[in-house]
Design a binder for this molecule. Structure first.
Ligand code: FEO
Length: 396
């Protein structure tokens, strides 16, 4: 979308879609692409809020020049220094030699280390203002959402919040960039996947940022990824509030790792028995065919988490081990856990799952279940206690 889209007042969207990058940050699949949102303010003074990823920038500089109709760009506000937003700083500084780069103390440390830029810096502190004419920008420092320097920029004239990665989402735009131009529900899973994988580890800091925004009238939210929320901004603010408070849905994720199909049979049996107990929302996921980012997103969503693994050389299946390690990094809370697995010749998988849940401080619905060899119908019945206990806790 190599166009500028008016938002309100003298503010326009000037971002880009990226449908070519297979992995965001070389880690997270992008089945629906991603958008990098930048915003331009063409007031008595001119300002750009954030830039875009250099690899997807295309004619970004020309679009800015065209928008400004020969006027120079005077300010570049950097809400976030990660390269998907800072990628064009260097090029802009060269194109507009008098450009003032606006950021906080931490922004400029990163700016120097990434780009060697140390000139034309306008350092702001929390609450400082920048007068553009009709638009008066105010800076709200929101550190660690999800980098140390992250901040937001508020325009009181339009009650509009440039929020950086906060309130962002995966997914390129298909025409509509505003919440009222799209089917918002269709984008919710990719919004949660973005939250749980990129920001969720810093949920405590998200809560601090939300507390700072309390009482600030917000008519429009302009994040650096995902929809511009002009009709129902409270929708995305509420979602981020719920997710960062670890509020979860009454359902169960059953994630398994299986080499010969035995742990998978246990997963299916457990899911069936839980369904028989009246739990309607159950997701059975194979960690070998489901990317880690989707597993984390589903685990963030649901209250019940059953993890199962075959024993592989006395240890967990490596992909289950990867999931467990990641969980101990991001530490989702308010979960009810359960472990199951196969014993092989010496056991090991279930023991490691139990250690993971202890590290996460997730209470167990019931004792873990371990099956040796082929899961016969008689052996599978040893899963009943776990399934019934999990279902009961989820229903209540
Ligand atoms: Fe979208 Fe933290 O970069």
């Amino acid at each position: 979308m190599n166009i500028q889209i008016p938002i309100t007042g003298k503010i326009s969207w000037i971002g880009v879609n990226d449908r070519r990058k297979p992995l965001f940050e070389n880690m997270w699949p992008l089945p629906h692409g991603v958008a990098y949102n930048a915003y331009i303010i063409d007031d008595e003074k001119t300002a750009l809020i954030d830039t875009v990823d250099a690899s997807a920038a295309g004619d970004f500089l020309e679009r800015i020049a065209e928008h400004l109709q020969g006027r120079p760009l005077q300010y570049l506000v950097i809400n976030h220094m990660e390269p998907d937003h800072s990628g064009m700083i260097d090029a802009l500084a060269k194109r507009y030699p008098a450009l003032q780069i606006v950021g906080n103390k931490r922004t400029f440390k990163i700016l120097e280390s990434y780009f060697g830029v140390t000139q034309n810096l306008l350092e702001i502190a929390d609450g400082d203002r920048l007068d553009l004419g009709r638009h008066q920008l105010q800076f709200i420092l929101t550190p660690w959402v999800h980098w140390p320097e992250t901040m937001m920029t508020y325009d009181a004239a339009e009650q509009l919040l440039f929020s950086g990665d906060a309130f962002g989402a995966f997914g390129a735009f298909s025409g509509g960039i505003f919440d009222d131009e799209t089917l918002v529900e269709r984008r919710e899973d990719e919004t949660l996947r973005y939250y749980s994988n990129i920001v969720g580890q810093y949920s405590g800091m998200v809560q601090k940022a939300l507390a700072k925004l309390k009482g600030v009238p917000i008519r429009t939210v302009c994040p650096t990824h995902g929809l511009v929320w002009r009709s129902n901004p409270s929708k995305i603010i509420d979602l981020y509030d719920r997710w960062s408070r670890y509020e979860s849905q009454p359902g169960v994720v059953v994630a398994f790792a299986s080499m010969y199909g035995n742990a998978e049979q246990m997963a299916d049996y457990l899911a069936r028995r839980i369904a028989e107990q009246g739990v309607r929302d159950i997701r059975v996921l194979d960690v070998s065919t489901t990317h880690l980012s989707f597993l984390l997103s589903e685990i963030w969503k649901y209250r019940g988490v059953l993890l199962g693994s075959c024993t592989c050389n006395n240890l967990l299946h490596p992909l289950m081990e990867q999931l467990c390690t990641k969980l101990t990094h991001i530490v989702p809370k308010n979960k009810i856990a359960g472990a199951f697995g196969t014993f092989s010749w010496n056991g090991g998988a279930v023991k490691h799952l139990r250690h993971t849940f202890e590290a996460l401080q997730w209470p167990l619905a019931a004792e873990p279940v371990e099956i040796q060899g082929r899961p016969t119908p008689a052996k599978l019945r040893s899963c009943d206690v776990l399934a019934i206990a999990m279902a009961e806790k989820i229903r209540n």
